[in-house]
Design a protein around this ligand. Sequence first.
Ligand SMILES: Nc1ncnc2c1ncn2[C@@H]1O[C@H](COP(=O)(O)OP(=O)(O)OP(=O)(O)O)[C@@H](O)[C@H]1O
Length: 252
Amino acid sequence: MTAALELEGLRKSFGKTEIIRGVDLSIGKGERHAIIGPNGAGKSTLFNLITGRFPQTSGHVRLHGHDLAGKAPFEINRMGLSRSFQITNIFPKMTVFENVRCSLLWSMGYKYSFWNMVSKSRALNEGAEEILEQINLTSRRDLPAGVLSYAEQRALEIGITIAGGADVIMLDEPTAGMSNTETDYIVGLIEKVTEGKTLIMVEHDMGVVFGLCDRISVLVYGEIVATGEPEAVRADQAVQEAYLGAALEAEH
Ligand SMILES: Nc1ncnc2c1ncn2[C@@H]1O[C@H](COP(=O)(O)OP(=O)(O)OP(=O)(O)O)[C@@H](O)[C@H]1O
């Protein structure tokens, strides 16, 4: 079966510094996969290579078997891959509903100048309402997005990420800066909205990673030092030494 996402010999240098140093990884359809690793390991860079934000120095990224070389981020998005960012990426003055509708519109390939023409489109509105339901923000639909709580804004961002119907969802630190209660809330939401989809997430909270993901890859200094099911990764000696021991200790 073709993998949802496949990385082969992926490398990225900035100037003379090699940041991603030969990554091979295959993520299956419907898998929930976490990429963990210490600060500066190259996790965000890897995300940026996969989503077409940075061109790779060498190697391949394949989405459902199609090589993404030379594709712009919006083209990759239309091929079914959608990402969120570490920093919340919403339009604060637009309403919650408009934020979702706007991302739906974009994913359908309309230009923003057609906004008024299609604003009455029933399918579009119904689609946006459905997403608001899924992210539990129906009661907030007419508020400017900027007045939502931090956790609600992150939920909205997840809604925007899934709005186009992408089947590969990439989330960059979705629970960063959250309390335990907020984290539980967002994890439940991620579980719900990614049901049946492929999820790839960068996450520092080990509780989230071990609870949510089918497999984990540990990136250290631009290389994957281990990939496997949570318990195998947790027990891996190299991972303990390189990263996890310190991260788990830090949690206690
Ligand atoms: N555009 C760039 N130009 C030069 N160096 C960069 C660029 N982007 C990232 N780097 C460097 O690449 C390295 C990896 O950064 P990256 O942000 O990918 O790590 P990370 O694992 O996501 O870290 P964190 O967990 O802190 O977010 C860092 O040393 C960073 O300074």
